[in-house]
Ligand binder design. Structure first.
Ligand code: PEP
Ligand code: MG
Length: 870
């Protein structure tokens, strides 16, 4: 097996083996760009490392050492050499980029002797000792897991002692002394001396990178971004280029287009006399790339031409890392840059207009999940015009956030779980903060630039972020900050705008977003290429209209019970539930019928002749009964019963396992009058709307939930058809309708051919189907799923992403059996999975006619459907 590749042996097509970073370093080498040479240890080696019980086996070890020798030949330098020592960086690089999630070690190969050599050779002892203290710090943190903070404390102490405020003000002597202190700290914590043999250092570092594939933040990131654990990460070992050799050196990050807005101009930042981590970590606030033009014009020009070359080569916006070592430019990385959803749309459209890519490619370039951020509200401009911002900082990731201030990621998580709306305010964020960032409505940082961790991660999440607000005087320890002469404590409300960078005191109302401009163009292309239809789950005329605006082509699920959650309506519904006799129930149902009919009329109107699937009553009835004494009394009065009689009825509705209890079609089997009333409402509404709009092709689809047996469906269908025909006859008109079923019980999948004898359509209820296939409750699974992720039994929540192996197999079987019996059977899905891109792809693959999802996910589903078809 070949486990290791020199950069010169690979290319961009070897991403699966070399990881994104390794493949692109190889490609840049092939393009003749200035890349410090090195080699890549494959992703398969990482997988093997885990298979071997977290151990690098002899074969892999041998190949790594062999490649060190090769690298020594290429560079003319040698590991641990007294004349010309080789120093390397060791970086992770998965197939899909996971910024900041895994570990990096710089300046590897240093020891006391080598520092002396490079100090003398370079005539720059300050630089040499700076490298060494950085290496000890990083190695201790990343490889040996001694906390960063011990070293930071030592640096702070040293700075205080020397009376300086910046790291760069420390002298060679200071740094030398620091290295000694660091090594002592290492020995103190680990119990042995800091390793001096570069090969030993290298193996430790490679292991640490492999290990970081499995760290908690990487696991969370993978789950959110649908990256399989089995992929593993590659490791890149690359000759160091030094950005910390003085003021003719530096390091930076740049994008070929603006990752926040998509504008076509280079956007980048750099720090003089620094190493890569300083920029990304947001410890010092960097300078704009334009300033490089006056400082080092030739380097700047060369960099611009490389940017152009790379963008033309990859035909996408590039995100690059570079280092300048004493006026010589080195490229350390290029990749398709992460960007906001807004920028993604603009860039894709611009690339089409520039003739670089096709429409199909443009559609494929956009991560459907990111669209979410565009569909979310922005601040109401009418309100905004009368409010003055109290500060302005970098607009790092667009969107609007308003909420209570919290100061730690843990608090963000905790308060959100308690139902509060929070914004996270931090000096700077670190990768450990990822879950808190996810929970918060927005992130505001005091330090760091557009490429700081907070900015990059927030953009990836589609979360509002304002970064680098240096006006804030922060006191994290006491959970308070001062800004614009005011004090803000935990729980105080602030608002900020990630599109403008403005920060406001108090709460600002927000307004809904619209699909216009580039968004509209991309959605147009998506519609052109997709074959799967997209419907929506909507229970109210308002939701239906919203979904239509967002491109829904029909309603795939109208949950009729939801119509009764409103306070004015619940009374009649409760009267129906708490009935002892058919007559009593019919009296209550007679009150419900006109309300339901009116809702259906409005929904048909909103859909303008597009399909509407109405699902009959589904949930266990006890969900609707009153618990409040006052409500119980009110109900008793309305029903002419005593309070204790009502309580007895409520008690009687109690079930041990309601989700598998008296619900769905079982309600109709016991109380046919409910289905009769609902059928009458559906048909009467259709008759009325048809009168007003004879041009519409109105054909309500009546959907029976929770069917597991043909006779069950037949029984209910008879009731529906009898009632419908009687209504139509009485009205002296004609109305078309269909009667179909949800497929949400495994038995229905197994017997789908039987069921298709009566069902005119199928719609997969994958919420219940997942629940019943796994046999765990959709309402309680959250309690133990975390343990399933931790133990790698599950990588994803099966209620979010369809379990293709099990639930998917049942779906495929049901499609096949159903269509065999009834070739024109139309089939959809209306479980939550209908708005999940990976699940949409699966639905396309198994030949469904449509997916149905909540209104705000309709654009996501449209795009995902197009990507599945392209
Ligand atoms: C389902 O089970 O997937 C479904 C759509 O129905 P509900 O969520 O209402 O049970
Ligand atoms: Mg269901």
């Amino acid at each position: 097996n070949k486990w290791v590749y020199l950069f010169e042996e690979g290319d961009a097509g070897m991403r699966n083996t070399l990881g994104g970073k390794g493949a692109n370093l190889a490609e840049m080498t092939r393009l003749g760009l200035p890349v410090p040479q090195g080699f890549t240890i494959t992703t398969q080696a990482c997988t093997q490392y885990y298979e071997d019980g977290q151990n690098i086996n002899d074969e892999i070890m041998e190949q790594i050492l062999d490649h060190i020798t090769k690298l020594e030949k290429i560079t003319g330098k040698k590991f641990g050499d007294k004349e010309n020592p080789l120093l390397v960086s060791v970086r992770s690089g998965a197939r899909a980029s996971m910024p900041g999630m895994m570990d990096t070690i710089l300046n590897l190969g240093l020891n006391e002797e080598v520092v002396g050599t490079i100090a003398k050779k370079s005539g720059n002892p300050r630089w040499a000792w700076d490298c060494y203290r950085r290496f000890i710090q990083m190695y201790s943190d990343v490889v040996m897991e001694v906390g960063k903070k011990y070293f930071e404390e030592l640096i702070d102490k040293m700075k205080a002692q020397k009376g300086v405020t910046e790291d760069v003000e420390l002298t060679a002597e200071d740094l030398k002394e620091l290295s000694d202190q660091f090594k002592a700290e290492y020995k103190n914590k680990i119990g042995s001396d800091f390793p001096t043999d570069p090969k030993e250092q290298l193996m430790g570092a490679v292991k640490a990178v492999f290990r970081s594939w499995d760290n908690p933040r990487a696991n969370v990131y993978r789950r959110d971004n649908d990256i399989p654990y089995s992929w593993g990460t590659a490791v890149n070992v690359q000759m160091m280029a030094f950005g910390n050799m003085g003021d003719t050196s530096g390091t930076g990050v740049a994008f070929t287009r603006d990752p926040a807005t998509g504008e076509k101009h280079i956007m980048g930042e750099f720090l003089l006399n620094a190493q890569g981590e300083d920029v990304v970590a947001g410890v010092r606030t960097p300078q704009h790339i334009d300033q490089l033009k006056s400082m080092m014009p030739e380097v700047y020009e060369q960099f611009l031409s490389i940017c152009k070359k790379l963008e033309n080569h990859y035909k996408d916006m590039q995100d690059m890392e570079f280092t300048i070592e004493d006026r010589k430019l080195y490229m350390l990385q290029t990749r398709n840059g992460k960007r906001t959803a807004f920028a993604a749309l603009k860039i894709a459209c611009d690339l089409v207009d520039e003739g670089m890519i096709t429409e199909e490619r443009a559609v494929s370039m956009i991560d459907p999940r990111n669209l979410d951020s565009l569909l979310h509200p922005t601040f109401d401009t009418n309100v905004l015009k009368d409010i003055k911002p109290i500060a302005k900082a970098l607009a790092a990731s667009p969107g609007a956030a308003s909420g209570q201030v919290v100061f730690t990621a843990e608090d963000a998580k905790k308060w959100t779980l308690e139902g509060k709306t929070v914004v996270l305010v931090r000096l700077e964020t670190s990768p450990e903060d990822i879950e808190g960032m996810k929970a918060a409505k927005g992130i505001l940082t005091v330090r760091g630039g557009m490429t700081s961790h907070a900015a990059v991660v927030a953009r990836g999440m589609g979360k509002c972020c304002v970064a680098g607000c240096s006006d804030i005087a922060m006191d994290e320890a006491n959970k308070v900050f001062r800004l614009a002469g005011k004090e803000f404590r935990e729980g105080d409300i602030i608002s900020f705008d990630g599109t403008t960078g403005n920060i406001y005191e108090g709460e600002i109302p927000t307004v809904e977003a619209n699909i216009v401009g580039e968004f509209g163009r991309i959605m147009g292309w998506a519609d052109k290429y997709r074959t799967l239809k997209v419907r929506t789950n909507a229970d109210t005329p308002y939701d239906a209209a919203k979904a239509r605006e967002l491109g829904a082509e029909g309603i795939g699920l109208c949950r009729t019970e939801h119509m009764f959650f409103e306070s004015g309506r619940i009374d009649a519904f409760r009267e129906m539930i708490c009935s002892d006799t058919v007559e009593e129930r019919e009296t209550a149902l007679a009150k419900i019928l006109p309300v339901q009919q009116k809702d259906f009329e409005e929904i048909y109107e909103a859909l303008e002749g597009n399909p509407v699937t109405i699902r009959f009553l589904d949930p266990p009835l006890h969900e609707f009964v009153p618990s409040d004494e006052a409500d119980i009394e009110k109900l008793a009065k309305a029903k002419n019963k005593t309070v204790s009689q009502i309580k007895d009825i409520i008690q009687g509705l109690h079930e041990f396992n309601p989700m598998m209890g008296h619900r769905g079609c079982r309600l109709t089997v016991t109380y046919p009058e409910i289905a009769k009333m609902q059928t009458a409402a559906v048909i009467r509404a259709a008759i009325n709307v048809k009168k007003a709009h004879p041009e519409w092709n109105l054909k309500p689809e009546i959907m029976i939930p929770l069917i597991s047996e043909l006779k069950e469906l037949k029984f209910i269908k008879n009731i529906v058809v009898e009632t419908a025909e009687a209504e139509i006859k009485a009205a002296g008109t004609s109305v078309e309708y269909e009667v179909g079923t949800m497929i949400e019980i495994p038995r229905a999948c197994l017997l789908a051919d039987e069921i298709a004898k009566e069902a005119e359509f199928f719609c997969f209820g994958t919420n219940d189907l997942t629940q019943m296939t796994f046999g765990f409750s959709r309402d309680d699974a959250g309690k133990f799923l975390d343990a399933y992720y931790d133990t790698k039994i599950f990588e994803n929540d099966p209620f979010v992403k369809i379990d293709r192996e099990g639930v998917g197999k049942l779906m495929e079987m049901a499609c096949e059996l159903g269509k065999k019996e009834r070739p024109n059977l139309h089939i959809g899905i209306c479980g939550e999975h209908g708005g999940d891109p990976s699940s949409v792809e699966f639905c396309h693959k198994i030949g469904l006619d449509y997916v149905s999802c909540s209104p705000f996910r309709v654009p996501i589903a449209r795009l995902a459907a197009a990507q599945a078809a392209i």
